[in-house]
Every structure is written in C-alpha cells, then in structure tokens.
Design a protein around this ligand. Sequence first.
Ligand code: FAD
Length: 292
Amino acid sequence: MKIIDRIQSGLTLSFEVFPPKSDKPLEPLLDTLDQLYTLKPDFISCTYGAMGSNKGRNLEVVASIQSSGKCEALSHYTCVGNSRQDVLDALADYQSVGVENLLALRGDFPAGVTHTNGDFLHANELIAFIRSQTNAFSLAAACYPEKHLLAESMDADIDALLKKQDAGADFLMTQLCYSVENYLRFLDSARKRGVTLPIVAGVLPLIKKDGLVRMTLSNGCSIPAEVSALVGRYGESEESFRAAGHAFTVSLVQRLIEEGANGIHLYTLNRFEDVADLVYDTGIREKPQTNR
Ligand code: FAD
C-alpha cells in the first residue's frame, strides 16, 4: 500500500531504523522490528548509508519489513554516489521485494566530500527522474523546520521544497525539531508560499544529554531554552534526564498533533525501549491491558 493513502485517512505512526553495517548480523535489528510491530506502526523507514554504504543491508531490512505483513516499509534513497542506471536498478530491486514507498534525498556527504558524485545534485532531480520512469512508488521528501544547514535562508529552503513538490513528491518528512515555535513558523511560511503536501513530523525522543547535543548540532538544529533548562537541571543524572526528557517529548508530540501534523515519525536509533512508552503516553496507541 502506498503511504500517501494511509496519510490521507488519518494520523500515521511510524519509526525510523538504520541498517547494521555489512559485516554485522541482521538478527538484533530483526528482533527490534518484531518489538516495534507490537506498537502497530503504519510504516517503518530504513535509512540509506552515506556514499551508498550498507546498500545491501538497506534492501534486506526493507524487504523484511514489507514481507512481515505488519506495516509498510519506506526506504530512504539518496542521490549520493548513484547514476541514472543505479537508480533504475534500485527501483527494480525495491519493486522485486514489494516496497512501494521511498524517501528521496540528496544524502549526507561524508567528510571532505562536496558533491553527490552521481547524476543528480538535488532531491528534486531524483524525484523528477523517478516520476519520469514509474508511478509504482509513493515518494516522500525531506523538509527542515529550522532550515537545512546549507540553505542561505528559510526562504531559499522553501524554494527548494517547492521544487520537490513540483517534481512529484507526495508528502514531506521533517528533520528533528525541539522547538514547536520554530516548527509553526516554518509551517506558516511554507503554507503561505504554496507548499500543500502533508507533513509527517520527525521526532527524536529526548533520552540522553550527549545524544541531544550531538544530533542537534550536527543537523544544524536549535536547542530551545526549555531543553537547555532540562540539561542544566538533570544533566548530571542519566535517569532523571531520561524521565524529564520523556515528559518533554510527550508534550512535544502532543503539540505537533494538535497543530495538525499528518503523522509522527519516531527516530528509534534501533531501540524499542526508547519509543514504546512514548507511543502509549502520548495516546497515539492504547497500551494493551496485561493480565495479572
Ligand atoms: P536537497 O533537497 O537537495 O537540499 C540540500 C540543500 O540544497 C538545501 O540547502 C536546499 O535548500 C538546497 N537545494 C535543494 N534543491 C535545490 C536546487 N534544486 N537548487 C539549488 N539548491 C537546492 N541522509 C542520508 O545520507 N541517508 C539517509 O537515510 C537520510 N535520511 C534522512 C531522513 C530525514 C527525514 C531527513 C530530514 C534527512 C535525512 N538524511 C539522510 C539527511 C539528508 O540527506 C541531508 O540533510 C542532505 O544534506 C539534504 O538532503 P535533501 O534531500 O533535503 O536535499
């Protein structure tokens, strides 16, 4: 099933996982996926490694998700390192395992690289190329509530978003954003400029102080004062920070839903325990009753 059809029938719940390195076993991730299925997600996405690394594992992971019959698989796919022929081969591979949903990205550049080293420079070109070849896929594109770190301005980044929409993207998935105010400002600007696509909000649960700092800084995202205060108050105790971070993330997700997000996409970092309570405590899914 195409994810865009699910989105059109109500709020979606989804998760992101990453594939293990080529020389590592798949089983630990398969166990995590089995746990994630119990939360009844609409889809699970799998990242695509920089410069095409872990390509094989990406396909194995999305094939496993799709064949589980528990939810749809969405594969990330990037311009980086890929020629037109590589894209055609990848589309055939995804179709052969039943995957109908792709997140089309430019891709992260490994250190020192400043070009995609492929036939496409930007995500909109990849989206247009896929659309010119087949209608077999629902296509998502990335968006950045606090602008992409290389974009000169929010306006320039929204120009890029309009190109992805015009090229044929079906829906957008956001970068993490801990500031609801910044998210709403972006939403307002994007809608005023003519971005009409549904938006699935990406949320990285606030679990560890170090993870928060690393992920926000490397992605060019802000740490709002409310979150800095949590670091100041609870940063010395892992347990207290986790509890305070959980309460913050529950309220963030609830605000995003109130403000009309079409879906909530939780970055799991392959850890079930980091998202399970969040799904229940936000009310997105009802906690199953346990027999005493
Ligand atoms: P683009 O849309 O090409 O934008 C990149 C920059 O160029 C932006 O500054 C934009 O404003 C500008 N731009 C865009 N189009 C044009 C144009 N036509 N002309 C001029 N300028 C333009 N990376 C991975 O390697 N693997 C993953 O699996 C992965 N998953 C991700 C999942 C999500 C939800 C998100 C938000 C990001 C993910 N990334 C992943 C990171 C992403 O690849 C990087 O942020 C990358 O730098 C930008 O990708 P993009 O598709 O937004 O690129």
